[in-house]
Design a protein around this ligand. Structure first.
Ligand SMILES: CC(=O)[C@@H](O)[C@H](O)COP(=O)(O)O
Ligand SMILES: NCC(=O)COP(=O)(O)O
Length: 252
């Protein structure tokens, strides 16, 4: 069954807008876990606009006592600049089940592209090795139409995360067959190369079912923006359960 990992960045955005601890990132994670999600995802960024290092550490402690997976996403190159306790240091401190490396620029509003491994492969390789030595599964954020999928395995990583933003955008416009085919092809190539397949970005309760039916290899979806938005109307636990029902229906 495809695992649902809930990205709780947006809980932190709301909290940070006032300071204090309302809404609580920890309470939100506990509610998602109690509702049956299989993991919690966070994507700390150097500007600390949402999830902060202390959140990552506290979540690491919470997740360590459960069967659920902790997935930390982020740009591993920010560590080298020493500006904040970046992805590798946070992984060393919290031992997540999975580290997902994403080639974000610091100023980006959100992630909008996967790795170009011809450019970044050589400097990613030692970082992948370092994370694997910590015991993390390593996933690389990749565009669905990338011609570098097999290279992910050569770098020693375990999975790709397909960047589903273009599919979600095409779906909203009602013309999504090509984007979906690109995702299905990327998943097939990853599987043939011995890699697992994750997917995420702008997935929601409407586009998730068609996506999963077309891409049967998907091990995990990480979903945040839409899920937290929908939870404002329906509640966090019912919304998580709605996503689990979409996944179960697509996999039945
Ligand atoms: C890699 C990815 O698609 C997500 O991690 C997404 O970028 C969430 O980060 P934000 O909440 O900062 O948009
Ligand atoms: N890896 C994708 C993720 O964690 C959530 O992305 P989004 O649902 O907030 O767009």
């Amino acid at each position: 069954m495809t695992v649902l990992s809930v990205n709780i960045n947006k809980i932190a955005v709301l909290r940070n807008s006032r300071g204090g601890d309302m809404p609580s990132v920890m309470q939100a994670a506990e509610a998602c876990l109690a509702a049956g999600c299989g993991g919690i995802t966070v994507h700390p960024r150097p500007d600390l606009r949402h999830i902060r290092p202390e959140d990552v550490r506290a979540l690491g402690g919470l997740l360590a006592g459960t069967q659920a997976e902790f997935n930390i996403e982020g740009n591993p190159f920010a560590d080298a600049r020493g500006e904040y306790p970046g992805l590798l240091r946070l992984c060393a401190e919290t031992s997540p089940a999975q580290a997902t490396l994403v080639p974000d620029g610091d100023g980006q509003i959100t992630s909008d592209h996967g790795f170009d491994l011809k450019r970044d492969g050589a400097r990613l390789k030692p970082l992948v090795r370092e994370l694997k030595a910590m015991g993390c599964r390593v996933s690389l954020f990749m565009d669905a139409d990338s011609d570098d999928i097999e290279r992910v395995a050569e770098l020693g990583a375990d999975r790709i995360e397909i960047y589903t933003g273009p599919f979600a955008e095409a779906f909203a416009l009602g013309d999504w067959q090509q984007a979906l085919e690109d995702c299905a092809k990327a998943a097939g190539r990853a599987q043939a190369a011995g890699l697992g397949v994750n997917a995420g970005h702008d997935l929601n309760q409407v586009n998730l079912g068609p996506f999963l039916r077309a891409v049967p290899q998907v091990d995990e979806v990480s979903i945040g923006h839409a899920l937290i938005g929908e939870a404002l109307y329906d509640g966090l636990a019912p919304t998580v359960r709605n996503y689990l029902a979409v996944i179960a229906a697509a996999r039945s």
